[in-house]
Design a protein around this ligand. Structure first.
Ligand code: SF4
Length: 70
């Protein structure tokens, strides 16, 4: 469980506009394998995203999902 209490209304709206969901509809595409994912050292289930503030779920997803370049 992660907290959104420190996240501003504007940032929460941005998530909505980008179509962010906590659970990806696709098993192949989710935040933790997205190019914009920022992993956290202390959590496997939760990280951050480069395009909006606040925590995102590893299993989350939004319309900006892009494959990681390896
Ligand atoms: S761009 Fe979207 S899919 Fe990628 S990490 Fe951010 S919220 Fe997740």
């Amino acid at each position: 469980m992660h907290r959104l209490s420190g996240v501003s209304e504007t940032e929460l709206k941005k998530r909505g506009q980008l179509g962010y969901v906590k659970q990806s509809p696709s098993p192949e595409s989710h935040c933790s394998n997205c190019q914009l994912w920022l992993p956290k050292k202390d959590s496997k289930d939760c990280g951050n995203c480069q395009i909006f503030k606040g925590p995102v779920y590893a299993q989350g997803y939004c319309t900006y999902w892009a494959p990681q370049m390896i």
